[in-house]
Design a protein around this ligand. Structure first.
Ligand SMILES: Cc1cc2nc3c(=O)[nH]c(=O)nc-3n(C[C@H](O)[C@H](O)[C@H](O)COP(=O)(O)OP(=O)(O)OC[C@H]3O[C@@H](n4cnc5c(N)ncnc54)[C@H](O)[C@@H]3O)c2cc1C
Length: 448
């Protein structure tokens, strides 16, 4: 019901050209998972850069919403929320520079078929295509692959409306000093009105799933397993000393089909039907497996556009540790299995290549990400997170910016050497804190 109201607001806004439409919603707006009720009913929608500039000049404090897939209060505001609808403006694919430029609010699922139609692809996608490009890149959203950076790593240019209402254009080429600070911005620099992404020739992926990898095998062959395909995900509920499912997403050359995938993979056995990461759930929502090749956008995410991703009613947390500490970190969580498993739907383990983006969890370090899809039991999960964070502390875990964590702000900041530079950059874009909220004040700006 709440989601329907939101859709109604957006549709109404889209019919009003170059206008800002303001609404007082009769119901509280929530995030996708429903665990966060945003703190204000004031939601406005803007459908052009001019409308956003106008809006920015008129408001002293607000937050921009993407597709509301974050699990914490990073997108929340007590005063005012802004949604954007640029659906009338088609993304621009430039074959000569190998880039695509998209407006705010545009989802990966919307641009993927456009790219494919022109013979192009993105290097990677998250587990779901439903999220907005702007929201994803500001939080360092990622997929998997030892050679794949996160989704922010392929941003080559940005346009941001700053607190004065001016459009600031930045690119990796023209602004090498501050650009790496402006991509994973946590929404603190202003309203992103254009994101330019590097693209590459389209490619095919075949997805093979294996079941029941013994933990002993993982201990012995972790790096071989994590680098066995273009993108590798390990799913476990931490029960019975095993990894429940391994998803291998391998490059597939249609002209030279690869040899048949073996029936066994380090002691795990090939699945004989499509699976959901949570084995009890229907695989109908999941991308095709069993080695059937398909285009990148239909294999790299686990979940299909148009279907509910993941479980739906859930919470999520994720911690990034240096790849070199991956096994120790995995075993540290495994030691907690009796505490973790009762509240867990599934854990996913993925890899992310190092980048140079100041607030990226993969800043200057190849990472392994240990993710938790929790049952919607915040009282219990809220007590478990500090225990997991303590257990992982020797590896200085960096939490996902869009998921739930309890790490003390000082501790969090100490794990990012570029926080002081980011604060200086934020001051340039937003001297009076127009784009700040409780989450940013607590975790980044330190003035709670
Ligand atoms: C089922 C599910 C699966 C997920 N899988 C993955 C995964 O595989 N990998 C992963 O890394 N994460 C994953 N996530 C987390 C999620 O993708 C990220 O947190 C992402 O940020 C969500 O994007 P959004 O558009 O919903 O952003 P929102 O939650 O709406 O906003 C996130 C932040 O972006 C800012 N923002 C949004 N648009 C703009 C703009 N135009 N200008 C300035 N700031 C803006 C907001 O203010 C906020 O700070 C998953 C989440 C769900 C619900």
């Amino acid at each position: 019901m709440k989601k329907r109201t939101f859709i109604k607001l957006c549709t109404a806004a889209a019919t009003m050209p170059l206008e800002i439409s303001a609404f007082a919603s009769p119901e509280k707006l929530t995030n996708w998972a429903g665990n966060i009720e945003y703190s204000t009913d004031n939601v406005a929608s803007a459908n052009s850069v001019a409308a956003i500039q106008n809006f920015v000049r008129k408001h002293s404090q607000f937050k921009t919403l993407g597709t509301r897939h974050c699990f914490n209060r990073i997108a929340d505001s007590k005063q005012q929320l802004l949604t954007t609808d640029f659906s009338a403006q088609a993304p621009v694919i430039d074959a000569s520079t190998r880039t695509i430029a998209v407006g705010p609010g545009v989802r990966y699922g919307a641009i993927a078929p456009l790219l494919e139609a022109k013979g192009f692809a993105l290097h990677n996608l998250a587990s779901l295509p439903h999220i907005s490009v702007a929201g994803a890149i500001t939080t360092a959203t990622h997929g998997s692959g030892v050679k794949n950076g996160n989704l922010s790593a392929v941003v080559s240019a940005l346009e941001i409306v700053n607190a004065a209402g001016d459009v600031v254009a930045l690119s990796r080429k023209a602004n090498p000093d501050i650009f790496p600070g402006a991509v994973v911005s946590l929404g603190a620099l202003g309203v992103i009105t254009k994101v330019t992404l590097n693209i590459q020739p389209t490619f095919q992926i075949a997805q093979h799933v294996y079941e029941n990898l013994p933990l002993s095998s993982l201990k012995e062959h972790l790096d071989e397993i994590l680098s066995a395909a273009y993108s590798v995900s390990l799913f476990t509920n931490w029960g019975n000393q095993r990894i429940n499912e391994i998803w291998l997403k391998s490059l597939y050359d249609l002209r030279k089909p690869p040899a048949k995938q073996p029936e066994e993979f380090f002691g795990a056995t090939a699945a004989v039907k499509n699976l959901h990461p949570i084995a009890e759930l229907s695989a109908e929502n999941c991308t095709e497996q069993l080695g059937v090749p398909g285009p990148w956008f239909d294999r790299l995410p686990h979940f299909k556009m148009g279907f509910t991703p993941s479980a739906g009613k859930e919470l999520q947390s994720e911690y990034f540790v240096p790849h070199k500490n991956a096994l120790d970190a995995i075993l540290a969580v495994e030691r907690l299995h009796e505490k973790v498993s009762p509240h867990l739907m599934i854990t996913e383990i993925r890899t992310i290549k190092a980048d140079d983006l100041w607030l990226s969890p993969a800043y200057k370090q190849d990472c392994v990400a240990i993710h938790f899809t929790w049952k919607p039991e915040w009282p219990e999960v809220g007590k478990l997170l500090p225990i997991i964070e303590r257990e992982l502390a020797p590896y200085n875990p960096r939490p996902h910016w869009g998921k739930l964590f309890t790490l003390a702000p000082k501790e969090l900041q100490s794990r990012y050497e570029k926080v002081p530079d980011f604060l200086a950059l934020a001051k340039q874009f937003d001297p009076k804190g127009k784009f700040r909220n409780g989450f940013l004040n607590t975790n980044i700006f330190g003035d709670t």
